[in-house]
Design a protein around this ligand. Structure first.
Ligand SMILES: [Zn+2]
Ligand SMILES: [Zn+2]
Length: 228
């Protein structure tokens, strides 16, 4: 576990997939839960760091992909809490629609490899439906990677948790690896994120980017090479 700043921690049990733990006066919030196969390791990581699963109050899923949502069902078996996601990804999380992994053979292969148990009763979160108990975090709709991708932004600390709306690889930001399902929408989401004063950027994959992460987001946006 890595402390990003006071009350915000990066969980590393998902190996190549990041999850985040937020500590506030209203208990613990888990943002994403890694893949199903790493769920026990994630729970262990939380408990070894001295946190108690009994203090977990809510889980926020940045988007409906198995590498981020696969671990949620196992956590819910340990502690029943509310699970939040953007309305446009809820049907996929509840197993009422297939998760979307893009078109073509790669999309097909990824969908085939993805393992997730359908989740019961996911609660909508969006700019219009802020998350109860997370008053300092703005919910942003940042579609493109999936239709219901969401990001969480803490304007006081300039801290952005963006799921897979942006990827971080070798110290550089990218859209290329992000299996973008709708590229034009993804670029619009990037424009929204570039308009924020992001000091620290915490993506769904790769290292945390700081300081002045907004500069890197602007550079990515300015690139004409946003194509694959
Ligand atoms: Zn994803
Ligand atoms: Zn991912």
């Amino acid at each position: 576990m890595q402390r990003i700043r006071e009350g915000v921690y990066l969980l590393e049990a998902g190996r190549t997939v990041n999850a985040y733990l937020l500590e506030s006066g209203t208990g613990l919030t888990l943002v994403d839960a890694g893949p199903e196969a790493r769920a026990d390791a994630l729970i262990e990581e939380i408990e070894h760091a001295g946190f108690h699963l009994d203090d977990l109050e809510r889980i926020v899923i940045t988007h409906a992909h198995a590498d981020h949502a696969g671990g949620v069902a196992a956590l819910l078996r340990r502690r029943r809490v509310k699970v939040y996601a953007h309305p446009d990804d809820i049907a996929a999380l509840e197993g009422k629609e297939p998760m979307y992994y893009g078109r073509g053979p790669w999309g097909w292969l990824r969908r085939k490899a993805a393992r997730t148990e359908p989740l019961p009763m996911v609660v909508p979160a969006s700019p219009r439906d802020p998350i109860r108990g997370l008053p300092h975090w703005q919910v942003l709709h940042t579609p493109g990677h999936t239709a219901g991708s969401l990001s969480l932004f803490n304007p006081v600390h300039g801290l952005l948790l963006c799921g897979d709306a942006i990827g971080a690889r070798n110290g550089k930001l990218t859209l290329a690896d992000q299996l973008v399902c709708d590229r034009a929408t993804a670029v619009q989401s990037l424009e929204l994120l570039a308009s924020l004063d992001v000091e620290v950027l915490a993506c769904g994959h790769g290292h945390v980017q700081r300081p002045r992460a907004w500069q890197k987001i602007e550079t990515l946006l300015g690139k004409k090479t946003l194509a694959r």
